[in-house]
Design a protein around this ligand. Sequence first.
Ligand code: ZN
Length: 464
Amino acid sequence: MANTLIQGATVVTAQETRAADVLIEGERIKEVRAGIPARAGDKVIDAKGMYVIPGGIDAHTHLDMPFGGTTSADDFESGTRAAAFGGTTSIVDFAIQARGTRMRDALDTWWKKAERKAAIDYGLHMIITDLGASGLEDMDDMVREGVASFKLFMAYPNVLMVDDTTIFKALSQTAKNGALVCMHAENGSIIDVIVARALAEGKTAPIYHALTRPPRAEAEAVHRAIAMAEIAGVPVYIVHLSSEDALKEVREARDRGVPAFAETCPQYLLLSQDELERPNFEGAKYVFTPPLRPKEHQPKLWEGLKNDHLQVVSTDHCPFCFKDQKILGKDDFTKIPNGGPGIENRLQLIHHHGVNLGKITLNRFVELTSTTPARIFGMYPKKGEIAPGSDADLVIWDANAPYTISVKTHHMKVDYSMFEGYEVLGNARMVLSRGEVIVDGQKFLGASGRGNYIKRAARGGAWK
Ligand SMILES: [Zn+2]
């Protein structure tokens, strides 16, 4: 492969913003400095007036995921392609251990889902549903395979929820193997009682999905998860944090020096519970867990991002089509497949609503969407950085490009957008994955199956 030289750019990392050229040799970055001369045979990309940022890392996606008798609408082919268009060059998806089976079986299943399909690099978390007799051994086995993080559910009783015994054992095992436990923190037992009560009262519309999952049920579980991690002496990562109540628990723990981390998602920063009241069942498009909250929570979450009480923005991309999937819950909100699409629009939304509107800096934007997820999930500095030796996963970002988000133009295989009609300033102009241009404007130049599995390191380095 010929060398590629990106010339005249403003390089933006989590640390700094500076004028520089970026020389790429093969799949990696060779040099970053101003005034690198082009040599004969170099492919030169003119990036004058553009930012070059590290490719986005979405640490929370659900491609080709079975849920309630259906499957999320994007597989690894369409999902990673859509991600690339939005400037995301790595994802970490979730393999799910079926109860009573070995984690190895789930890993094999998810590797098969991804191979020959993924257009960008991908890692996998393992969802633990059952530790059984060999679960702790299985966890060590997964860590050796580069599955350096596990997710456990405190919600969805009888489906995914595990008890505190299981959570505490899993946490304790990570003290030995260095993996990170991610928690879906909602008190599922309480929520189930409230849900049953609502259904008995004939409350079946989508809005009851939000009203039956109170913020305090999230805060309680976050508190408990952090307490258990503290007792086990390990860090913990709260996924898709949605409310001020839950944020307070994380902030309080971090103020005491506890290595508690949390992510939020664009939907919690920009959309509110009111969306679930849309007429003609369209509220179902906004049914996912935790639910959208009253809009007063949004500025608190932005403050959390700014002040490092929240460390990561991911998407929890889990699309279900409105027409033939969301409709399964027409007469009962509990039957609506839980999830929404977002993998393509994360950078656009956080750049516009965060940076352009003055809530976070450009460097913090890079940190939240790329560098910190790389660190926390054991991919740094291979991913999430612009420096010699790092993978040449780069986005040439046009901060002045106007873009209107719409189902009519998005690349996700789903029949609606949660952000339909949103106008943003700032979009990916060109996207490189390991040195290869995979997106150029509206053209996809990558190939299905070119994405590599990312073998992630335990003890990613975001804690001591
Ligand atoms: Zn999720």
